[in-house]
Design a protein around this ligand. Structure first.
Ligand SMILES: CC1=C(CCC(=O)O)c2cc3nc(cc4[nH]c(cc5[nH]c(cc1n2)c(C)c5CCC(=O)O)c(CCC(=O)O)c4C)C(CCC(=O)O)=C3C
Ligand SMILES: [Fe+2]
Length: 377
């Protein structure tokens, strides 16, 4: 009789923390949420009113919290099935449950060392470092005498097969859903959140010259396009484009905007397009408003057949990737050799963000989980 395999060992971690953005849950939450997001950011009033309208179109409720609840449910089930026994917590930057409250709960529960998984896959101040600043602020705000859990951020996963493979399948499904007569010529428009060009320039470690945000997206887009070609036997031209531009009009942000891109495709005689929201891990507001509502309306006006590919969401391979990243990092922290899954040209990402990585455009703010804590720029 063979004995059951030993349960995978999460030590030295005694908790997992899901770190996310947060969103409003009803009409009265919309303004306070937007105030939380944009405090000190100089976002023009008109832009805030517009974005508020996007939320009100959906009853003042962002989909993001429910998506995180669903993800947590799947993650807990996955860990339990694999025999990994550790509690999973959830905290947000901008809405309840706030990271500050979650950290207080973790400290009260006696958590000593937690691995953090962020619902944001790429490098940049907005998508990585700002969360690390939030972790520092949350730990710093713990009540006197509460021993703070030590926190480690799990490595970036934009190029982890558990994130990329669901995107490949979703792209294939969206292509298959296009009318037969336009499918073969369809372009793939990989879409991500625009950020100020200066923020992209400062993304990644300074010694790599910046630009990591765009470079990482281009890498993933290329991998997905290659995999689609393998599966369909057709080369679909692809581009990286942007949605959700914010900020003051005179500040340059990454372009082209997805709507302008659709117009350009039409102009070039491209017969159809699949929008692949590769910058987003689930269907939050940018996806359901900026793509499904606004960009789809643009495509309709142009008479350009368009489909939107699904996000990774709660795909079991993506959920499983969190477990794999947790166990991988646990082994690293125990001093063991690990295999690190990654696709594309970038290679597996670091465990601790290097000093000066993704500098805050407004100056140094303390962070956690990097090579040097708490201030490394
Ligand atoms: C790179 C990036 C991600 C992806 C990485 C990640 O996921 O973190 C992301 C995600 C998200 N952004 C979100 C919402 C908002 N972002 C805003 C504003 C901004 N985002 C920025 C960048 C990013 N944002 C930037 C540079 C700004 C300008 C202000 C500033 O410098 O910080 C504003 C203010 C209004 C506006 O100006 O649009 C809102 C309401 C939601 C929730 C969606 C939901 O409710 O489902 C999510 C997941
Ligand atoms: Fe945003």
């Amino acid at each position: 009789m063979s004995s059951p395999a030993a349960a995978p060992d999460p030590a030295p971690y005694d908790a997992l923390l899901l770190v996310s953005f947060g969103g409003p849950e009803g009409p009265d939450d919309v303004v306070p949420f937007l105030e939380n997001v944009t405090r000190g950011r100089g976002i023009p009033r008109e832009r805030l009113e517009q974005v508020g309208e996007h939320y009100h179109l959906f009853g003042g409720r962002s989909p993001i919290n429910d998506q995180n609840r669903a993800f947590l449910g799947e993650l807990r089930a996955d860990l339990a099935d694999a025999g990994v026994d550790l509690p999973v917590y959830w905290g947000n930057r901008n809405w309840d449950p706030y990271l500050t409250d979650t950290l207080a709960q973790m400290a009260a529960d006696g958590v000593q060392r937690a691995a953090c998984f962020m619902t944001s896959a790429y490098s940049s101040w907005s998508s990585c470092r700002q969360y690390r600043e939030n972790l520092h602020a949350a730990v710093d705000g713990l009540p006197e005498g509460a021993p703070a859990p030590k926190l480690d951020k799990l490595r970036h996963y934009f190029n982890h097969p558990g994130f990329v493979e669901p995107v490949v399948d979703a792209t294939l499904a969206a292509l298959a859903d296009l009318p037969d007569d336009v499918r073969d010529g369809a372009h793939l428009a990989f879409v991500t959140h625009s950020i100020p060009t200066q923020m992209n320039d400062a993304s990644g470690p300074p010694e790599q010259g910046g630009g990591a945000y765009v470079r990482q997206h281009l890498d993933v887009a290329g991998v997905v396009a290659d995999r689609v070609r393998e599966e369909t036997g057709r080369e679909h031209a692809h581009e990286l484009v942007y949605c959700s531009r914010s900020g003051a009009p005179h500040v340059p942000w990454l372009e082209p905007d997805v709507n302008d891109h659709l117009a350009a495709l039409k102009e070039q005689g491209v017969p159809a397009v699949v929008m692949v929201p590769v910058g987003f891990v689930s269907d939050h507001m940018e996806v359901i408003y900026d793509l499904d509502t606004e960009a789809m309306a643009t495509a309709e006006e142009l008479g350009l057949p368009a489909r939107r590919a699904a996000t990774a969401g709660t795909d079991p391979r993506f959920v499983r990737a969190v477990r794999d990243l947790l166990l991988e990092r646990a082994a690293v922290e125990r001093g063991e050799e690990v295999a690190r899954a990654a696709v594309g040209a970038t290679g597996p990402m670091w465990d601790r963000c290097p000093v000066g990585c993704c500098a805050n455009p407004r100056g140094a703010v303390p962070t956690l989980t990097g090579e040097r804590e708490p201030i490394d720029q």
